[in-house]
Design a protein around this ligand. Sequence first.
Ligand code: HEC
Length: 136
Amino acid sequence: MKKIIYLAALIFIVACSSKKVATVSAPPAPPAAPVAKITNSFSPAVGKAPVMTEADFSSTVKDFRYAEYVKGKTLYESKCNSCHELKNPMSFPTAVWEKMVPPMVIQYNLKFTDFVDETGEKLILGYLVTATTPKK
Ligand code: HEC
């Protein structure tokens, strides 16, 4: 009789502990949130300006030719999205680009080794100013 009581107690304990184990197993963790690129509220406008063809090309930047516009665009699109999304070239006026591009190029050159040189900086700025200035 005692044996049966012990056995019953043992079964009871085992049953309880197995329940505990069942409740301990946590639900699967939610997938980690993707690491966001730097964004800021100042310029939600992200995107691209209309692409000029050689025929409709016009620029207020002195001595800025179509070939340079194309080079500047390529440089801008390959370098300036390294830390944040590309700003829409049309979302800032000329004065902002003139103020922002030099420190941004410095930031780029501090972080990456395929440096943007002075010519590259001029091409990027020329492209941005050309894109943001209303066409004649
Ligand atoms: C090394 C990382 C890095 C690179 C490369 C970089 N930026 Fe930035 N940029 C930042 C950070 C960080 C901010 C946010 C700082 C702030 O709020 O002013 C920023 C802000 C800006 C802003 C300010 C306007 C806004 O949206 O608040 C402009 C314009 C800009 N970047 C343009 C450029 C251009 C053009 C290039 C390419 C020459 C470039 N960035 C490359 C890090 C970078």
